[in-house]
Each structure stands twice: as structure tokens, then as C-alpha cells.
Design a protein. Structure first.
Length: 332
């Protein structure tokens, strides 16, 4: 026979139920607070780890390419690297000042360097006082000539100074060094990879044109006409990267150009580079010469005038523009 629960029974059951619900709610809230706390700790730990990673390579001490010991106490933020602005920009870094020949800076970089103060090299390396005005915390010199003429000793008293043997003759290596100095190794590798892809595409497109073909690059300046070798700048790009052969005349050691040797010049394509219009006189002399007009390259319309602004420069942007010019000249 069913018996009714007395009022006291109902009261006990209800009380127990409410207690259980209260404890359950407390447990859930406690768990949520624990998870939230753990997440905060994880984020703080990650941020701390990233901050430590950013500072982990400094202070950095290494030897430059001529044997000087260079110590960087912290990541440089104000960098003076005359003639190497191109490579700095490849890492997304702007210099504190930019090189100028006394008349103009490197024009092909001005879309990225607009507003950066120019410093003139018209009379040679600027004085230490001129460099100190911008208070650089790293100075980078692109070749060992700065050691020979005493500039390094003066500049090294201003800030840590790294000297390359010849940065222009080893573009990939010099960009990797910059990446190491500035803790931008990933950007350095990416810049090299992007440039190599550009080279590979152009080389494939030009393969039928370059095969077995020889070139000569003639540079004009105030002193005369000179052949450029395949060791640096645009000469290196056309031979080592795009696949042309250097004229045997140049390969055998002829560097100064005279009108008399032009009939002997075994070049299928000739590229003319007027250094800042300083060679106008000699360029006009060449163009008006009957001997020049009788050469095979001239008759076959395989002579091209180029921009000295980047054909006489080393860097990913400069060499990339040389490649673009060659494609436009020969495979439009």
C-alpha cells in the first residue's frame, strides 16, 4: 500500500537537491576559472618566449670579411651602408642616410628611399663628423678599399663597423651576412629565393637566344671606353645567371676599347652603358664611327643602350631590373 511522504521528507529532499546544484555550479565556475587562468599563463609564456627569442642573438660578436672583430650590443636600428641600400631594402630596412655621387643618389631606389637624407661621396668617403651627425649604431662598408685608405679606422670609432671584401661580387653571400647582422635571416633567405626564381624564369625564356651567343658590355666615362667583365654587376648577371658567353676578346684580358679593335670583337650582342653621362663624348665618337657602323652587332641591330643607374650597381633590385631590360630587349 502506497504511503505518502511526510512534509519533513519533502523538505529534506528539496534541501539535498539545492545543495547538489550549488556544488555543481561551484565546480563548473572553478573549472572555467582554471582554464581561463591557464590560457592567460600560456599567452604570457608565449609572449615572453617570443621576446626572449627576439633578443637571443645579441650581444652578437663576429669577424667581418677582412678580419675585424665586430660586436653588436643590441639589434641595430640606425644603419649607414653606402652603396648597399639596395640589399638593405631587400630585407625591408631603410638606411639612416643614402649614398650620392654629389649630383644624384641611386635613382632606381628612390621609390623606396624618398625622404632619406643624401650624403655625397663626390670627394671620397665623407668625414667622420658628417657620419656622426646621424648617430648610426652600425656602419657597413661594401669593400676592402675602406681599409686601405684609412676610412675604416675613423668610422669604427663612431659605431660597430663591418667591412666586406667585395659585396658586389657575392650578392647572395652579402645578403646572408646582412640577415645575420640584423637578425633578419628569414627575410634574407626569402629575398634570395625570390630573386633566384626571377633568374630561373628569365633564363628559361632566353635559353634559345643565349645558347652559343657572346656579349660585350662597354662602359663610357670621362676617361674613355672600357669593357666590363663578367665578374660583377650587369656583366655577372648576363653571363653567370642568364647564360650568355663573354666575348673572347674581353675574356683574354682586353679592358680598354679602341675603335681599331672593333672589327675583331666577337660579340653577337653589345650593351652600351654611359656612366652618369660622363662618357657622352666617347659614346658619340663611337656612334659616329664608320668602323662601329660596320660591326656585325650594329648591322644586325643587336646593340642596346642601358641605364647606368642600375647596370653599374650590385643588389637584388638592380640586378632584377637588368634582367627585366634584357627580356625587353631580346624577348619582348
Amino acid at each position: 500500500m502506497k504511503q505518502n511522504c511526510p512534509i519533513q521528507c519533502h523538505t529534506i529532499i528539496k534541501s539535498a537537491y539545492l545543495s547538489a546544484m550549488f556544488l555543481l555550479t561551484i565546480g563548473i565556475l572553478s573549472a572555467c576559472n582554471t582554464q581561463s587562468s591557464n590560457k592567460v599563463e600560456q599567452v604570457e609564456s608565449q609572449a615572453s618566449s617570443e621576446s626572449t627569442k627576439e633578443q637571443s642573438i645579441y650581444p652578437l660578436t663576429l669577424k667581418d670579411e677582412v678580419g675585424n672583430e665586430v660586436t653588436l650590443p643590441a639589434k641595430p636600428t640606425k644603419i649607414f651602408a653606402p652603396v648597399m641600400e639596395d640589399s638593405l631594402l631587400a630585407l625591408g630596412i631603410k638606411p639612416t642616410m643614402q649614398w650620392s655621387n654629389g649630383v644624384k643618389p641611386q635613382l632606381y631606389l628612390q621609390d623606396q628611399l624618398q625622404g632619406i637624407p643624401e650624403i655625397s661621396f663626390a670627394s671620397g668617403p665623407p668625414s667622420p663628423e658628417a657620419i656622426m651627425a646621424d648617430k648610426p649604431d652600425l656602419i657597413i662598408l661594401h669593400n676592402s678599399f675602406y681599409m686601405e685608405n684609412g676610412t675604416y679606422e675613423k668610422y669604427a670609432k663612431i659605431a660597430p663597423t663591418y667591412v666586406f671584401n667585395n659585396a658586389a661580387s657575392d650578392l647572395e653571400g652579402s645578403i646572408k651576412v646582412l640577415g645575420q647582422l640584423l637578425d633578419e635571416t628569414d627575410k634574407a633567405e626569402q629575398a634570395i629565393q625570390d630573386y633566384q626564381e626571377k633568374v630561373d624564369v628569365a633564363k628559361t625564356k632566353l635559353s634559345s637566344i643565349t645558347e652559343g651567343k657572346k656579349i660585350a658590355l662597354i662602359r663610357f666615362n670621362a676617361k674613355g671606353m672600357f669593357f666590363m667583365t663578367d665578374e660583377y654587376f650587369s656583366g655577372y648577371v648576363l653571363t653567370h645567371e642568364l647564360g650568355f658567353e663573354q666575348s673572347s676578346y674581353v675574356k683574354n684580358g682586353a679592358f680598354e676599347v679602341s675603335l681599331e679593335i672593333l672589327p675583331e670583337l666577337d660579340a653577337d650582342y653589345i650593351f652600351l652603358i654611359n656612366d652618369g653621362n660622363l662618357g657622352d663624348e666617347f659614346l658619340n665618337e663611337l656612334k659616329n664611327s664608320k668602323i662601329w657602323q660596320s660591326t656585325a652587332a650594329f648591322k644586325n641591330i643587336q646593340v642596346f643602350e642601358t641605364s647606368a643607374d642600375y647596370w653599374l650597381n650590385g643588389g637584388i633590385h638592380a640586378q632584377g631590373k637588368v634582367i627585366e631590360d634584357v627580356l625587353e630587349f631580346l624577348a619582348p
